[in-house]
Design a protein around this ligand. Sequence first.
Ligand SMILES: [Zn+2]
Length: 427
Amino acid sequence: MKILIKNGHVIDPLTGRDGCFDVLVEKGRIQKVAESLEDAAERVIDAAGCYVMPGFIDLHVHLRDPGLEYKETLKTGGEAAARGGVTTICAMPNTKPVVDDGEKVAEVHKRAKAECPVNVIQIGAVTRGQEGVELSDIEGMARAGCHAVSEDGKSVMNASLYRKAMRIAKENGISVFAHCEDITMVEGGVMNADKNAERLGLKGITNSVEDVIAARDILLARETGVRLHLCHCSTKDSVRMIAAAKEEGLLVTGEVCPHHFILTSDDIKEDDGNYKMNPPLRSKEDVEALREGLKSGVMDVISTDHAPHSEEEKKKSIAQAAFGIVGLETSAALTYSYLVKPGFLSMMGMAEKMSYNPSKILGLSEKGSVSEGKIADVVIFHPDRTYRIDKNTFRSKGKNTPFDGFEVSGEVMYTLVDGEVVYEAVQ
Ligand SMILES: [Zn+2]
């Protein structure tokens, strides 16, 4: 369908366009961006008052499919993404079975084309069954289009094995996405190690649990030359180490999730499983460092770590509940409300962290930009619509969020994937 988006404020990190432009979309591509376009389009979208941005690319999503469909499916996760303005999802491999060979990657890609309204890039596991013993079929998965391998959910504790994986990933031109957590140091911890954990009578997770693996992984990236992306960074020292790695010229990038740049451990007033995630909510000092890191450019990406669970799995004490919260449907509004409005990020910065930088990390040169010739994955975002987050409206099967009831600004009005409208807000 030929679609003309009129009167919107285009934000495009690739060309630097930041102003009022019309955008013509046809045959899955952006055909024209100009100050005033008249065209006999089949559909005209009036985007007055809205930002027209490249569709968000979420590097960190748990789609739970195959095998854990009671939590989420390709379809429900994709619908949640579309509602959140996310046009490409990177699906983590800790499913049942674990995605650890080329055939399994190809199978998810094939099913996603039929069942999911947005693009899915399946990420491959580093080790067979994520058991940390034997390497997975990294070459086969790279050929099937996985773009990155990750052991997300845990770290590969055997550094020698991980180093081998990094060499193979580099040879095959793909990245390693690292979940940094020294399992031997967790010691039953379920939230940040601090006074609040003591008050609640819960075991703590210290910053070192993350930091020692972040340090190790950066050293291994230096040795192997692999492109390393540190997932869901939560500590001030992660930010410092990434800054140092970049100064040295290493191919290291860092990601932050909205819950880690908004909430602190002290926001956990009572023992509520919806505040349990891994890594945990940290101190005010850590949150400030993460925000500064995003502002200065040390931290490249905002992703969600969308981790849906059933109500039973989360309606428990922090000690008993499953780790993880959902994020696809709240991340744009939370980023706008907590980073753009207070001046930590410009709209251009938001487009960079949520689309352009992820496209570069994945090597997707045809995405991450609203400019002529690019694939027409586009989000139309209204910054002034204010509302309360209501988990009951989520399209995701997961309702597990600590942000239920938060008043936010910014709503996704339209999401286009490959030039077709896949989501439209009720107006
Ligand atoms: Zn993780």
